[in-house]
Design a protein around this ligand. Sequence first.
Ligand code: SAM
Length: 394
Amino acid sequence: MVDAAQNAVIRRLIRAGAGSDDEIDALLKDVGLTEVARVLVEEVLFRCPEPANTAAVDVALDLTHGGERHTVALRMVRDEPIRTVEDDSARVRSRVAFTAPDLVRRLFGPADSPRTGDFRNSFVPTPQDPGQVSELLAEMNTVLRAAAQATATLMAGCTGRCPDLGELSIRYGSDKWASFHWYTAHYERHFAPYRDRPVRVLEIGIGGFDDDLGGGSLKMWKRYFPQGTVFGLDIYDKTALTEPRLTALVGDQNDPEYLTEMAREHGPFDIVIDDGSHVNEHVLTSFRTLFPYVRPGGLYVIEDLQTAYFTDFGGSTGGVAGPGTSLGLVKGLIDDLHHREHREPAVVRPTPAQSTVTGLHAYHNIAFVEKGTNGEDTLPSWMDADVWTALGAK
Ligand SMILES: C[S@@+](CC[C@H](N)C(=O)[O-])C[C@H]1O[C@@H](n2cnc3c(N)ncnc32)[C@H](O)[C@@H]1O
């Protein structure tokens, strides 16, 4: 679980990462290097991929600020969680050192922040006598490779950059790529412009079965948006997943009162993703209630549109998704987007969707709705069909 103080530090770190050196200095002065380092190391450990080295290796991360130093030694080996261990210089094979402001910028700053730091390897011992050289070379073959792999794992955790969403989906156990769905390429396309912003992301549907709490996609979003704050909503209690920058909420996506209260507390959101029950009625309730809480310039995503044709999800038969279905909603949004073109009757008072849907991208089973001000005017009313014909328009 996350305490309020930790959340406050994270919020300041996200702001300071994109801000001035003075902001980072002020944060370090107020909170102290030890507390800042605790939060930074937790973030680094979250971002690290699984270690690839088969031989266990200790690597150290040094953080400095002013005259102070904070060190954490990490033991890494394949198939085991990375754990902190005593900083034993006889065991530590490589040492990665950043000034605290450097690491703040690497983790929370713009993608083009300078990548500086001190990187020292201690995995090459000095031979005591010539006879030891071949022994050391043999050891280096295994130790050097393991140390390099472990150091690379640590370095991959010390950056905002990350593998593509397909790989993250597999890493964290979401089904958005290469299992049931092929969504992540579409997500890459539409989410890339938001990547280096302090976005607030809400996903309906956390996933997981039996003892598995799920949360794969929430972790994927947390890693993909290095400055992001991620909320997951599920009908089942998965609050044990709550950690820095990730909050699991309990509620029913078909309950407008709950959704409104939740959005008032945690929104507005830059991105809302509906990967919940996929019951058509629920999809419509969530969209109608939550779209107003998407920020202008934001996105609302609806997954698994196929249930628009599944009768046990309230879908339609006969190959045409009706108005009460998710796809009916999506098709209706195209009409809403064009409300200024409606004739007989013309729209006098646009609905919220008509005023704020500015774009729509539909792919197989997934749609992205853009939010903004749908303010483009129609053509002048005297430009009727005769005028068009006279102008030579087709
Ligand atoms: C497909 S899973 C989500 C998978 C997850 N987003 C991922 O990609 O890893 C759907 C989730 O929706 C939740 N759910 C079902 N009905 C719901 C409702 N009425 N309100 C909120 N969540 C619901 C289920 O408990 C389940 O965890």
